[in-house]
Every structure is written in C-alpha cells, then in structure tokens.
Design a protein around this ligand. Structure first.
Ligand code: PYC
Length: 332
C-alpha cells in the first residue's frame, strides 16, 4: 500500500479557494517553472487530480505548490494546480499563495514587503502590506498582457451568435460583452453561464488557434469571461469567469482582470494611471492598474497590476492512498 500525505494550508482570495501545498510536493526536473510545469503535467498530474477534485476538493478548487527559485535573485517558484489543469499563471492563486507563504513563514523574502516569483508564464513581482503577522493586501505586477483577437463570431446553441474578443493576461480569455444575444451576467443563473461557456470554449478552440507569441507551451483558450453591470457604483466593471468544467471564479480573476485591462487599453478605454476596479460574481473586488505600456513580439501590450486580499481558512493534512478507488479524484 502506498499512502502519500500532503500538508496544505487552505485559503481563499476574495472568495475563491487557494490550497497551498506546503509539504509533500514532488521534486520536479526543469530549469524554469515553464519546464517544471511540463514535467509535472507528464509525471505528477495525479497529485493535482487528487488534491483538486472530489472527494478531497471540489469543482472550484485551485491551489499551488512552491519550489525553490531557479534564479537566486528571485524568492520562489510557483506551480499552479487547479481542476482545469496547471495554469501558466493565476492571479487569485498568487494573492492567496503569497498571503499563506508570508503568514505561515513558508518563504523568507529577500526584501521585506517584496517578492519576486517565478511562474510558468514569467517573472511576477509582488508587493504586500502586513499588519503584525497578517498580510492585508497583495499587489501583483503581472506578465505582459495583450488583446489577441477582436470581434470573433462564435455560436452558442442557446444564445445564438455572439461577438467576442480574445485577450491574454496569463491565460487566454474570450470576453463576452453585453450585446443583442447576451443581456449581462446578472440576468442569468451561474449554471447557465457554465453550460454556455463549455460550448463556446469548444467552438472557439475548434475554429481558431491561440498561442503565446514567445512561449508555444502557453496555448489554447481556457476561460470565458462574461461581463455585466456593476453592483457598487464606484467599480469599473464586473465579470464572471468560467474555468475548468464547472467553475465560476468567486474572485474577479487576476489573469482575467489583466486580460480585460489589455482589451480596454487596446480599444482606448483605459490608459496608464487609471484605476480599474473589477468586481466578481459575488461582488468581491480587485484593483487593477496599467504599470507599463510595452510590446510583446511586436504586439501592443501592457504590464498590468492587480491588488487584492486573501484569508487563511484552515490547515489540512490530505492523504492520497493507492487503495482508495478515488485516490485521483472524480467529477460528476
Ligand atoms: O485569478 O487568474 C486567476 C484565475 C484563473 C482561474 C481562476 N482564477
């Protein structure tokens, strides 16, 4: 019998779960986090499945595993694990992981209040504010983000034809704005958004190709971002981001917010210095900003930042036992 135990610190970022594997994670070959991600997906995906899916996790479960940095001037490497797979970058995951890592002493920052994190999508610089032992807020300066495709028509069997933009903020997002065939996320049930998202994602991936211009291991459209009216009048925008097979992000989604800011920037609706307050399906908020105007392989891009908060919810020694028929999780 083989029994493996993982010590996890559970948290949530603005409502969305983050399970940080603090002990029991594997040693993975690879010079960069991108190489480690490929290796993990080939050799250790059972760990992700076991920790994310039922009966140990649930449809929205998301988390991370920490690694020593490959460049000694950085503080650590992060691998994102989720029901959807291993994302190149995850914003709510980074905010939660930083909160856990600092509050629980898993990482000793080289400079107080600052962390340099190696993610599969690239280097992410983080600043955080602490009061006593508690981390009160985390600001991520994300990777280069850009509008990838504009005005694509995609068919939904329930809604009809929809016009969407696809934007990259660490993952590729199809952004569905309010239009004739879509009244805004507040007019529908979450279960309807989930059903429609699966079909849209399949159709978009079947008809188009989405590949990062500098890293072909980042490819495929993984998320659908539904938009709608804000709840708080001082918010800029609201979203409901679909991921995995059944999940709607409870946070405003860090990479989704980055993608939306890149889309607005490309369309002249957001400029350097503007604050972009993004609301989630439950009304929790991230503050976004454009930190830098730049280019990525000749494409006009931005470096966005996202600021949010997270709370630790528990300590969890999770066992994956080979004798368990559901050792590697299931989905219904
Ligand atoms: O915050 O970037 C994010 C994210 C991706 C999927 C769920 N959350």
């Amino acid at each position: 019998m083989a029994r493996k135990t993982f010590f996890c610190v559970d948290a949530h970022t603005c409502g969305n779960p983050v399970r940080v594997v603090a002990g029991g994670g594997p040693f993975i070959e690879g010079k960069t986090m991108s190489e480690k991600r490929q290796n993990f997906m080939r050799e250790y995906d059972w760990i992700r499945r076991g920790l994310m899916f039922e009966p140990r996790g649930h449809d929205m479960m998301s988390g991370s595993i920490l690694f020593p940095p490959s460049d000694p001037q950085n503080d650590c490497g992060i691998l994102f694990i989720e029901t959807s797979g291993c994302l190149p970058m995850c914003g709510h995951g980074t905010i939660g992981t930083v909160t856990v890592a600092i509050e629980e002493g898993l990482v000793t920052p080289k400079k107080p209040g600052i962390l340099r994190l190696e993610t599969p999508a690239g280097l992410v610089k983080v600043t955080y504010k602490q009061e006593g032992k508690k981390v009160k807020s985390v600001k991520i300066v994300n990777i280069k983000s850009y509008l990838a495709k504009e005005n694509i028509t995609v068919n939904s069997s329930d809604l009809g034809d929809l016009i969407v933009d696809v934007s990259y903020g660490g993952n590729f997002y199809a952004i569905v704005e309010v239009q004739d065939n879509f009244k805004g996320l507040e007019h529908y049930q979450a279960s309807e958004l989930i059903t429609w998202s699966r079909e849209l994602r399949n159709n978009l991936n079947a008809e188009h190709s989405f590949v990062h211009p500098e890293d072909p291991t980042i490819n495929g459209l993984s998320h659908i971002q539904w938009t709608g009216s804000v709840i708080n009048e001082n918010s800029t925008a609201r979203n409901a981001v679909f991921y995995g097979d059944k999940a709607i992000d409870r946070s405003p989604c860090g990479t989704g917010t980055s993608a939306r800011m890149a889309q607005w920037y490309a369309k002249g609706k957001l400029k350097m210095g503007d604050e972009f307050i993004h609301e989630s399906i439950i009304g929790s908020r991230f503050i976004g900003r454009i930190e830098e105007e730049t280019e990525l392989a000749g494409i006009k891009s931005i470096i966005p930042s996202i600021e949010g908060w997270a709370m630790v919810t528990g300590y969890n020694n999770i066992v994956i036992d080979d004798d368990d028929p559901y050792a590697h999780g299931f989905q219904v």
